[in-house]
Design a protein around this ligand. Structure first.
Ligand code: CUA
Length: 346
């Protein structure tokens, strides 16, 4: 390579690197937006109010930023034109500008946003008076899953909350251990679950669908794997689901499932789990009465498939280390039959 071609080659390499890096940087920036848990993709009136406030705050922040940078630029250009050093005090003062841009405008903008956030948005997002909603659900935070109760019906489930569309649902939250935070970004704001308190949050959506939620307060080792789904269903579908969920467990219908039920009681599973309609009354882990009808296990850590369920039962500490499910050292035959039993609990 000649001496002259070396800088050209270097420039080409730099350009190639830039072409490679630009999309990566863009992808990294864009990865923070959207997705299944985005407050900017609201699916209900409360979440829409929050998203609108956020966009207003972004626009105002951009205007303020552009204004500040513009004024600095203007000052720089003028000083250069007058032959003055850019950062040295010229002795001139412009108190009016300081009062306008440093005090009057920031105070007005902040008070405006405060009023909108605290008098307009809060009205739409706050929990309704308990007696005014057609449906109340209790959600209890536990290390590390969500217990979900439908008072007055006997229905208890875990990690997958069903609600009817176009219905204001009062979610009463509490915790059985540490502080958790209940958050379904596409439906409403978050609410902390604090020991000894019952905090409430409104869930409402016009759009049937499945919305992901996540614990939003660090609560120990598996905080990141404490997620949930909210299923918004047409009211008739929801009523059907609720009736099925309130019913006791089905009796096992195959020989394998019957063997699984025997293995369930022989291995002390019942001391931690409840299966309504059987002597299993444990309250440490999730209610399993209709576990076969859920789409996930371990608070959305794994899909509810035969393979994942088998792996989970074989080594519960592998996928979610630190959870309270012990390794029961089950035989292959016990694993197979237990999975058959749990799958049948629909
Ligand atoms: Cu529960 Cu973080």
């Amino acid at each position: 390579m000649t001496a002259a071609s070396r800088p050209a080659a270097r420039a080409r390499r730099a350009a190639a690197r830039a072409r490679l890096l630009a999309p990566l940087v863009l992808a990294a920036v864009a990865a923070g937006c959207g997705g299944t848990q985005s407050t900017l993709d609201p699916k209900g009136r409360p979440a829409a109010e929050i998203a609108t406030l956020w966009w207003w705050m972004l626009v105002i922040a951009c205007v303020v930023f552009a204004g500040a940078v513009g004024l600095i630029g203007l000052a720089w250009v003028r000083r250069r034109r007058e032959g003055l050093p850019v950062v040295k005090d010229s002795g001139r003062r412009n108190l009016g500008l300081v009062v306008l841009f440093g005090i009057a405008i920031p105070i007005t903008v902040n008070i405006g946003l405060f009023v909108i956030a605290n008098f307009v948005v809060i009205k739409q997002t706050e929990a309704p008076a308990a007696a005014t909603t057609p449906l109340t659900i209790e959600v209890i935070g536990r290390q590390w899953f969500w217990e979900v109760r439908y008072p007055g019906t006997g229905a208890v489930t875990a990690n997958e909350i069903h609600i009817p569309a176009r219905t204001r649902v009062n979610v009463v939250t509490s915790t059985s251990d540490v502080i958790h935070s209940f958050w379904v970004p596409q439906l409403n704001r978050k609410i902390d679950m604090i020991p000894g308190r019952r905090n409430r949050v409104l869930l409402v959506s016009d759009k049937p669908g499945r919305y992901r939620g996540q614990c939003a307060e660090f609560c120990g080792l598996e905080h990141a794997r404490m997620a949930m789904y909210v299923y918004v269903q047409k009211p008739a579908d929801f009523q059907r689901w609720l009736r099925a969920e309130a019913a006791p467990a089905r009796a096992p219908s195959s020989a394998a499932a019957r063997a699984g039920r025997d293995a369930f009681f022989a291995n002390q599973c019942a001391s931690c789990h409840t299966i309504r309609g059987t002597p299993a009354r444990g309250v440490v882990g999730p209610d399993l009465t209709h576990v076969g009808s859920r789409s996930s296990i371990a608070a959305l850590t794994l899909p509810n498939t035969r393979a994942a369920l088998t792996d989970w039962l074989r080594d519960p500490q592998h996928a979610k280390p630190g959870n309270r499910m012990p390794d029961l050292d089950l035989s292959r035959a016990e694993l197979r039959s237990l999975v058959a039993y749990l799958e049948g609990l629909r």
